[in-house]
Structure formats: C-alpha cells, structure tokens
Design a binder for this molecule. Structure first.
Ligand SMILES: Cc1cc2nc3c(=O)[nH]c(=O)nc-3n(C[C@H](O)[C@H](O)[C@H](O)COP(=O)(O)O)c2cc1C
Length: 211
C-alpha cells in the first residue's frame, strides 16, 4: 500500500493534460480505468454514471463527434457576436483537440434508476445528486488515468450540446452527456495551477456563538 504521504502527493500531482503523444492507449488500460471509476460513491448506490469510449480505432466516429460539436460551438459563438476569424480559430482548436486525443470518453448520467418524485423541488434535488454521483466517477477516471501514467482533461462542452453528442454517438436517450474526457500519454506535465489558500475555502464551525 502507498503511504499517506505518497497518496497525498499522487492526488496533488494530477494535472489537466491537453496535449498528448500519438501512442495508443491499450483497451485493457481503459477498462481498468473505468472499472476503478465504478468504485466511486453514489447516491443510494444507484451508480447513474455511463461512459462512451471512443478510441483511435474509431477515428471516423471521433471526427463525426468533433464535427457535430463544432457546428453547435460555431452557432453559440456567432450568438456572442465574436469576430469571424476568432470564431474560426476557436472552432478549429476545439476540432483539433478532440480529433487528436487518442481517447475520448463521454461521461453521461442516467436518471432511469434514480428515485422519482412528483414535485419540482425533490425532482431537482434528485437530479443534482445523480449528477454529483456521476461527477465522482468522472474524478475517479482522471485519477485512475493519472495512476496509469496517462493524462486527461475534463471538458464541459457536451453540456452545451447534449443532443448533438447523443446523435453523433448514437447514445441511448436516457444517457445524458455531462462531460468529455480527452485522454492520452502526456507530451508534458504542466506546472500546478494556482490554488486558493486553505484559509480562503475552509472554516471550522464554532461550538458556540461566543467563541
Ligand atoms: C467541471 C469542469 C469543467 C471543465 N471544463 C474544461 C474545459 O471545457 N476545457 C478545458 O480545457 N478544461 C476544463 N476543465 C479543467 C480545468 O480548467 C482545470 O481543472 C483547472 O484549470 C485546474 O487545473 P488542473 O486540473 O491542472 O489542476 C474543467 C474542469 C472541471 C472540473
């Protein structure tokens, strides 16, 4: 077993990796990563996470996904009234990032086995706890990839193009895309990005209002 110092160090040395070597990632490694992801905690242990894995073996599917998402991205940027050359630059960058990543994983949430409620308040809470559970599995994907010497980045764009991703990958309607992971062997390990100090983000609760 790793020591606690090793484990803290492991957690603190994960980085978002956005540039990858072209080396393929063995399917067995991807299976292990996703298997580890399924050990994440989930509300009522319903395990609402679902994963679609697209590797270089299905490059045409990756391209179909990237192209479909690019159309939607372009539409959104046009709504923001960005200059055309800036739009082209951003859309091409997004296309290039997806098609050049050796592995693309779409993380989905499936509400089918979650509790059903008649009222909006509890419906919303149940949806949030399902997406929280799904995000836990997502974090485990990144950590398990880190353990395998792979790098990865969490990309939120599927949230802005859920139906487009579903159609491009022929995903069941109940699998709602939440995020995309780009994975591969890292070209470089970037420096740690700035973190808020622990004092800024935590406080001890007071035992009495006078303390
Ligand atoms: C919910 C979520 C959405 C993110 N979306 C994107 C994204 O769309 N594109 C991107 O390059 N990075 C994205 N990131 C990665 C963050 O930019 C990154 O985690 C943060 O800058 C800290 O860097 P680090 O992961 O290397 O510690 C996302 C991370 C999270 C948790």
């Amino acid at each position: 077993m790793p020591t606690k110092e090793d484990f803290h160090s492991f957690l603190r040395t994960r980085r978002s990796i956005r540039r990858f070597k072209t080396d393929p990632v063995p399917d067995s490694v991807l299976r292990d990563i996703l298997h580890t992801a399924t050990f994440a905690p989930s509300a009522h242990n319903r395990q609402p996470w679902r994963f679609i894995v697209v590797t270089d073996a299905a490059q045409s599917v990756k391209e179909k996904l990237a192209n479909a998402m690019a159309v939607e991205f372009q539409r959104d940027l046009e709504k923001d009234n960005l200059p055309p050359d800036e739009i082209t630059k951003r859309v091409n960058k997004s296309l290039e990032r997806i098609t050049s990543a050796p592995v693309v994983i779409i993380l989905c949430v499936d509400m089918s086995e979650m509790d059903e409620y008649p009222d909006t308040h509890r419906k919303k809470a149940e949806y949030i706890i399902a997406t929280q559970s799904t995000a836990n599995a997502g974090m485990q994907v990144l950590l398990a990839a880190h353990a395998e010497g792979l790098g990865g980045v969490w990309v939120c764009s599927p949230m802005f193009a859920q139906e487009i991703v579903q159609e491009a990958l022929e995903i069941p309607k109940t699998w709602e895309p939440q995020a995309m992971f780009l994975l591969g062997y890292p070209v470089e390990i970037p420096a740690v990005r700035g973190r808020k100090s622990i004092e800024e983000v935590m406080r001890w609760s007071q035992t009495s209002p006078d303390v």
